[in-house]
Design a protein around this ligand. Structure first.
Ligand code: FMN
Length: 166
């Protein structure tokens, strides 16, 4: 609950290196997400190379924070692995959210940069990361140690909760 309630998007990073163990924990969290019929249709491109991180800012208009990030994870989907292809994006979203919560728990900051289902973003990321034809880039997550500390607001809104019937 602590990580879920304190998670917020972080776009300013310290530039401190993230250990490979920590990055693996993030990917492990992603792979622990639920998926329709347990299809686990995801792949993760873990990026630590400075030039490759910087280049993302050029292929996505809202990814300038990649220039400061110490790492990034490209969450990708493999829709052909799905018995139910229409759930492909929901499965990837569950993996992405797990990564954001795990990052917060590990003292890191991260932000979800949306790609899917925007055709231009999909084409640009497919090209930039040399993705195979059967792989769809879903979201880009720049990650780093936060430059400043911020408190998440309390978003509980009882008017959105309906008990037993609307
Ligand atoms: C589908 C999706 C797409 C998003 N795309 C971007 C983006 O392109 N750039 C960005 O800075 N933040 C992006 N965000 C982050 C949202 O702006 C952020 O989650 C929202 O403002 C709520 O703030 P919080 O994450 O601090 O709770 C995206 C979030 C989602 C779920």
């Amino acid at each position: 609950m602590e990580a879920i309630l304190s998670r917020h998007s972080v776009r300013d990073f310290k530039g401190v290196e993230i250990s490979s163990d920590t990055l693996e924990k993030l990917v492990h969290a992603g792979m622990s997400a639920p998926s329709a019929m347990h299809s686990s249709p995801w792949h993760f491109v873990v990026v630590t190379d400075r030039k490759r991180l910087d280049g993302v800012a050029e292929v996505h208009p809202y990814a300038a924070m990649s220039l400061q990030a110490s790492a990034g994870i490209l969450v990708c989907g493999e829709p052909d692995r799905e018995a139910l292809r229409e759930f492909f994006d929901q499965n990837c979203a569950a993996a992405a959210e797990n990564i954001l919560i795990a990052a917060c728990d590990l003292g890191l900051g991260a932000v979800w940069v949306g790609l899917y289902p925007n055709k231009t973003h999909i084409e640009n990321f497919t090209k930039y990361f040399n993705l195979p034809k059967n792989i769809v880039p879903f979201t880009w997550i720049p990650i780093g140690y936060p430059k400043t500390s911020a408190k998440a607001d309390n978003r509980f809104n009882p008017s959105k909760v309906h008990y037993n019937i609307w």
